[in-house]
Design a protein around this ligand. Structure first.
Ligand SMILES: CC(C)(COP(=O)([O-])OP(=O)([O-])OC[C@H]1O[C@@H](n2cnc3c(N)ncnc32)[C@H](O)[C@@H]1OP(=O)([O-])[O-])[C@@H](O)C(=O)NCCC(=O)NCCSC(=O)C[C@@](C)(O)CC(=O)[O-]
Length: 302
């Protein structure tokens, strides 16, 4: 019998990863309310926004407004993406608890997503990491395409180990193993996590799985079986990456919480309040939730 952690920490990425790809502008007030609803439901880590070029990702151009509008709760960690010093300097004024540098295990994705090679990305991240740590801000490294790439196809675990080693060498404190396009299956994501674990202990590795092929919940379980207990998810399964066409959102937070609570694993999250949050943001966006658990629970409520 596999063993599972007693407690799992979920980071909800919906305000950033979930909304970044929306074509219609989502008002800052809606983004702010989403964060407030998530924290009221018990989320203690939330990825709020990114400080990237508004020409590349227009939806995140309201980063300052969103961060300024937050009513912060003690004990909640608010994370933001900063790909370079320009982004970090802009973010600093908004007092994030954690910044995220984001690289890729695939050269082609690195070029399409952040307009530079993997080696150049590490050069850009190094001063960001140094400045963040000096300012007392935590640093996470997102690693995209750890299983497959929309441009290069399969990505071998050696590439993940290479990227994790580079992240470690510049002082990144913890890393996300991301299946950006959701092509992974349980054993493949386990190989990617094991590759990252050559440089980071499992306490400092998060699972970040998209659900394009319906594998994200199974992949999340596979990560837990290895001992990973930091899991990323997006309420209502919102999301997708602008540089990974056709990729769907992350595993739905409601589905992860339903599974974990059913396994007797504590998350600190109120599933009913989370389902309400997913229903609310889905209504704001004019679409149905992608969460199967939320759909079932809403139907049961009548
Ligand atoms: C990284 C850059 C900025 C490089 O973009 P670049 O064009 O190479 O940058 P540059 O230094 O040559 O500057 C060009 C212009 O961008 C501006 N600029 C430069 N930096 C910034 C900044 N930080 N904020 C705002 N503006 C910026 C800069 O000021 C200049 O403006 P101009 O003079 O032309 O008016 C660009 O490629 C970019 O913004 N890419 C978007 C990346 C992105 O947000 N992708 C989605 C998030 S990653 C993701 O979703 C995956 C993840 C994390 O969820 C995990 C997974 O599932 O895989």
């Amino acid at each position: 019998m596999p063993t599972y952690p007693e407690r799992v920490r979920i980071l909800d990425v919906s305000p950033r990863d979930g909304l970044q790809n929306e074509k219609q502008p989502v008002p800052a007030a809606v983004k702010i309310e989403l964060v407030h609803r998530l924290q009221a439901a018990g989320l203690r880590e939330i990825e709020v926004t990114s400080y990237v070029s508004p020409k590349w990702v227009p939806q995140m151009a309201d980063n300052h407004e969103v961060m300024a509008g937050l009513q912060r709760r003690p004990g909640v960690r608010y994370a933001v993406l900063t790909p370079n010093l320009k982004g970090f300097e802009a973010a600093l004024a908004d007092r994030p608890d954690e910044i995220v540098v984001f690289g890729a295990a695939s050269e082609a994705f690195s070029q399409r997503n952040i307009n530079c090679s993997i080696a150049q990305s590490i050069e850009r991240f190094a001063p960001v990491v140094e400045a963040a740590l000096q300012a007392g801000i935590a640093v996470r490294g997102a690693m995209s395409c750890t299983v497959g790439c929309p441009y290069e196809g399969d990505v071998p675990p050696e590439r993940v180990a290479m990227l994790a080693g580079l992240m470690k060498s510049i002082g990144v404190q913890r890393v996300d193993v991301a299946d950006t396009i959701g092509v992974g299956t349980p054993l493949k994501v386990q190989r990617a996590i094991e590759a990252a674990a050559r440089h980071y202990d499992l306490d400092h590795i998060s699972a970040h799985f998209h659900d394009t092929y319906g594998q994200a919940l199974a992949n999340t379980l596979a990560a837990l079986q290895l001992g990973v207990w930091n899991v990323q998810a997006s309420v209502a399964g919102l999301g997708g990456c602008p540089y990974a066409k056709g990729a769907t959102g992350n595993v739905a937070t409601e589905d992860v919480v339903y599974m974990l609570h059913g396994m007797g694993i504590d998350t600190g999250i109120d599933l009913d309040a989370l389902v309400d949050t997913g229903a609310w943001i889905s209504a704001q966006l004019g679409r149905a939730t992608a969460s199967r658990a939320a759909r079932a629970l809403l139907a049961r409520r009548g």
